[in-house]
Ligand binder design. Structure first.
Ligand code: SF4
Ligand code: SF4
Length: 362
């Protein structure tokens, strides 16, 4: 049987010199949000193309553009609800990596394609144009995206080819963005971090002592969940006016790592210990969501480990339990290049293509 995995795919050639005019087209669609360096690298509005940072991982995920930290669900006055209509603007989310783009695929299951669709999410999502930035290599040693299952979940994907971008269009509605560009066939090699979490079946290790040992340092700060692109836990509360005759009902991010998250009337708390809460997060990512919707809830972005104040590495907990090699340990002193020499080869090939002016093609 023919192996189709190496077949090149059609796309468009966007010369880097022409990027400003492409950027101007994007602005016709809406506000352009892209990775921009501030106190941290984060998704924010960019006014000029040179503000965009194409390398590195953003600290926060882009989920806040469909699921803000806090939002008003409705207002009320004299016991009567008053609907709130938010003006939702069109946004171009530019430069998101495949892990973050796939997070929209996951979140759509929850808020859009579910039994109880969320109108506010759906409206924001329908006004979002997703343009990805392909990773030729993992961004840092915390990434494990290719250990997970990805879909081509974007409107456009930009693949850096040195002097130009190869642009793939996945949504013909946005063909207008590539109008007039030359075409070529190209398919990049998949990102190599597949070996980091080779076995995602954790059913058998539910009662393992490894969870307690591995999560000992966790202090339930909730940072892992707030930075995660697919963690969407929230709480709902009323904010009454001073006269107590009206007010508003608000939604705010919450975290399954907080003790009171599972507290119910009468004071019972379902997940009392930190280990239970930590374990629940990982089981939700690798098992419960998959059982319910058929996809993993984790996209391998690595934020929950990279930014955990204690650097608790749940991938290592799983690999150790299964006696599998662990390819990254923040303290073992090995660089990503040493662990994955094939990426050096890729970098070399790309710069050679740049120098001889071939730049790929069909
Ligand atoms: S795993 Fe790390 S980031 Fe998450 S709650 Fe525990 S200490 Fe905080
Ligand atoms: S669980 Fe961790 S690695 Fe997976 S998507 Fe969330 S933040 Fe990223």
């Amino acid at each position: 049987m023919t192996d189709l995995s190496d077949m090149k795919e059609p796309g468009y050639v966007l010369k880097k010199d022409d990027f400003p005019s492409f950027f101007a087209r994007l602005k016709q669609f809406g506000r352009v949000i892209a990775p921009r360096m501030q106190d941290q690298l984060r998704f924010d509005e960019v006014a000029k193309p040179d503000q965009i940072v194409w390398s590195g991982h953003t600290y926060f995920s882009p989920k806040e553009y469909v699921f803000p930290h806090t939002q008003t669900l409705f207002k009320y006055k004299d016991d009567k609800p008053i609907p709130v209509k938010e003006d939702v603007e069109q946004i171009v989310l530019l430069g998101a990596r495949l892990c973050d783009l796939n997070a929209f695929f996951v979140n759509d299951f929850l808020f859009k394609n579910n039994e109880f669709p969320d109108e506010q999410y759906i409206e924001k999502r329908s006004k979002l144009l997703l343009i990805g930035n392909y990773c030729h290599s993992y961004v840092d040693s915390y990434c494990f995206c290719s250990s997970m299952e990805f879909k081509p979940y974007y409107d456009l994907l930009m693949i850096d080819r040195g002097s130009y971008w190869h642009v793939k269009v996945n949504n013909p509605k946005h063909d207008w963005l590539v109008e007039g560009m030359a075409t070529e066939n190209y398919k990049p090699k998949p990102t190599e971090c597949k070996a980091r979490l080779p076995d995602k079946n954790i059913k058998e290790m539910f009662n393992s002592a490894a969870w307690e040992k591995g999560s000992k340092a966790c202090f339930s700060c909730g940072k892992c969940t707030h930075l995660c692109p697919t963690c969407m836990c929230f709480t709902v509360f009323d904010e009454p006016d001073l006269d107590l005759k009206g007010g508003e009902r608000r939604l705010e991010w919450d975290s399954c790592q907080f003790k009171d998250f599972t507290e119910v009337a009468g004071g019972h708390i379902f997940r009392e210990s930190r280990t239970e809460r930590f374990k629940h997060r990982i089981y939700h990512k690798l098992q419960y969501f998959k059982d319910q919707f058929g996809v993993f809830m984790c996209t391998g972005c690595g934020r929950c480990i990279r930014n955990c104040p204690e650097k608790i590495d749940w991938i290592k907990i799983i690999n150790d339990e299964k006696n599998l090699p662990h390819y990254f340990n923040p303290t073992n002193g090995k660089s990503a290049e040493e662990l994955y020499p094939q990426n050096q080869e890729l970098q070399g090939r790309l710069s050679a293509e740049k120098t001889d002016g071939k730049g790929g093609g069909s």
